[in-house]
Write a new protein. Structure first.
Length: 165
């Protein structure tokens, strides 16, 4: 599915500024400084968001309708408010990537990937890649935690035995 860029990206003033040192930092691409208590989007939620958006775009649903469906599917108020703001930004004429950037909840990697998808007219494969990225990230976290579980248990038992003696 190709998005009509004239319709959804009217204010795409892409600047050719030289990236700053922090923008070139690799970790900046994948992580944004979000206060712990204010974080509303976990990796699972982002993976689900990109999955649903990809599926809706593959089905031929317009971006406005897709964002409204995602807003209505949110269980908590913070998530619904976030996606409502994104939807309002897109409806008001901003590009989808600009709306995500203004929300402050998405990494530079995600925003730039979606911007490339918008400009090239291939947003569906970009959403699929973001979905797969978060699936792999979640899987890697689970593997890491399961790999550390047994050594942590052995360490705690050892500390307990030493303390008991």
């Amino acid at each position: 599915m190709q998005i009509d860029l004239e319709k959804y990206n009217r204010s795409s003033g892409t600047s050719k500024k030289k990236p700053t040192r922090t923008q070139r930092n690799f970790s900046e691409l994948f992580h944004r400084d979000i206060p712990f208590g204010n974080r509303t989007l976990t990796d699972k939620k982002k993976e689900r968001f990109y999955s649903e958006l990809h599926l809706l775009f593959e089905s031929g649903v317009a971006i406005k309708t897709a964002l409204e469906l995602i807003c209505n599917a949110q269980r908590n108020k913070k998530g619904a408010d976030l996606f409502t703001k994104i939807s309002e930004e897109v409806i008001s004429g901003s590009g989808f990537s600009q709306a995500l950037e203004k929300s402050g909840r998405f990494s530079t990697y995600e925003v730039q990937s979606i911007r490339i998808g918008e400009e090239s007219g291939n947003i569906t494969p970009v959403l699929e890649e973001l979905m797969l990225f978060y699936q792999r990230k979640i899987k890697l976290k689970r593997q890491f935690l399961s790999a550390l579980a047994y050594p942590a248990f052995v360490f705690l038992v050892t500390i307990g035995v030493v303390w008991f003696m």
